[in-house]
Design a protein around this ligand. Structure first.
Ligand code: NAD
Ligand code: IPM
Ligand code: MN
Length: 355
């Protein structure tokens, strides 16, 4: 039995996770994976049900699970709440020790024309952002008054070392290029970041390391995205650059992510938010949630099932099914249904191949 906690969250979160879970249920039945799903309140839904974005019962269930699949959190309704839904997200990342957030972005076949960049610039883009997820400004001390406010940014050597190792490992398994992004011309944390990353590089001679300041990186990503393989960066820069990168492929709705590094379960979530204006309309793009489910299968030691799901998602996109964010009319639920049609086909084909 593999226990998976589902945190649908708020806004479009429940709609996109439903489609991902249906794909996983299909795979589990067909392959006897024994996946067991239990849903829990989280984010704004946690505040409404328990007065806490990360209720104790939800946290306990996550800690006991094999993996956690998350939708998205947040919405106007809770923007003035004493603890916002987003605080629950930061807390669960910290509680599970998920210091590494992997955000792959590429151009899917069939979406070459969906990029806001000229096709000749966008084509071939295939980048993995390795975002540090439990340090930096997100977790430093804050002060606030209506007259002055502050956020502390700090990083320790071990925090930088462990995320650097994850990024170098990832680069070794890809095109062996790692670009570390910082603001070492201004920030002390970035000065340390650059020094430590450069030292760790000595253990990975086959990986070509480069450094960019974050402002230049933001520009380079949209002028020469193909030059990048793995980008390693701190928490806030990774948040911003991965949204920028996501639209090169056509929409933020396409990107999944894996948050890993703890002793317990990993957490898998699309990189987008709760998109309140789209909520409840069955128009959101569930591709990022489905891609996150595929990353979860890999992490659970089921790479063949992950591949079946990824291929089914790719085929669905290639067939021209597009949700509204990509200029199409396919509903969220229809898109999910088409992925499952392709998944049935892939399952049958792989079984025929085994016979
Ligand atoms: P957002 O990612 O929700 O939306 C940004 C834009 O992308 C909007 O135009 C939206 O319509 C579109 N979009 C996002 N996901 C989409 C999808 N799957 N399909 C189609 N279009 C999609 O970011 P925002 O508007 O800045 O934030 C809304 C709320 O979400 C806020 O409360 C924010 O804090 C929260 N948020 C949560 C997460 C998370 O849970 N991981 C991530 C980002 C933002
Ligand atoms: C993300 C989101 C979160 C982040 C917010 C909602 C706390 O933007 O997952 O990318 O900044 O990490
Ligand atoms: Mn973000």
């Amino acid at each position: 039995m593999i226990n998976i906690v589902i945190l649908p969250g708020d806004g479009i979160g429940p709609e996109v996770t439903t489609e991902a879970v249906r794909c996983l249920e299909l795979l589990s039945r067909a392959r006897g994976l024994g996946l067991r799903f239990t849903g829990h309140h989280f984010g704004g839904a946690g505040i409404d049900a328990h007065g806490d974005p990360l209720p104790a019962s939800t946290l306990a269930a996550c800690k006991a699970a094999n993996a956690v699949l998350l939708g998205a959190v947040g919405g106007d309704k809770w923007d003035e709440a004493p603890i916002r839904p987003e605080a629950g997200l930061l807390r669960i990342r910290a509680e599970l020790g998920l210091y590494a957030n992997l955000r792959p972005a590429r151009i899917y076949k069939g979406l070459e024309d969906a990029s806001p960049l000229r096709a000749d610039l966008a084509q071939g883009t295939d980048v993995l952002v390795v975002r540090e997820l439990t340090g930096g400004l997100y977790f430093g001390a804050r002060t606030y008054s209506d007259e002055a406010a502050s956020d502390l940014c700090s990083y320790s050597r071990p925090e930088i070392e462990r995320i650097a190792h994850i990024a170098f490992h990832a680069a070794r398994g890809r095109r062996r290029k790692l670009c570390s992004v910082d603001k070492a011309n201004v920030l002390a944390t970035s000065k340390l970041w650059r020094k430590v990353v450069s030292e760790i590089a000595a253990g990975y001679p086959e990986v070509e390391l480069s450094h960019l300041y974050v402002d230049a990186a933001a520009m380079a990503l949209v002028t020469r995205p193909r030059d990048f393989d793995v980008i390693l960066t701190e928490n806030l820069f990774g948040d911003i650059l991965s949204d920028e990168l996501s639209v090169i492929g056509g929409s933020i709705g396409l990107l999944g992510s894996a948050s890993v590094g703890g002793d317990g379960p990993g957490l898998f979530e699309p990189i987008h938010g709760s998109a309140p204006p789209l909520a409840g309309k069955d128009v959101a793009n569930p591709a990022g949630a489905i891609a996150s489910a595929a990353m979860m299968l890999t992490e659970l030691g089921l790479p063949e099932c992950a591949q079946l799901l990824t291929v089914s998602l790719e085929r669905t996109i290639e067939e021209g099914h597009r949700t509204a964010d990509l200029g199409g009319t396919t509903r969220c639920s229809e898109f999910g249904a088409r992925v499952r049609d392709n998944l049935r086909f892939e399952l049958a084909r792989s079984e025929a191949g085994e016979r």
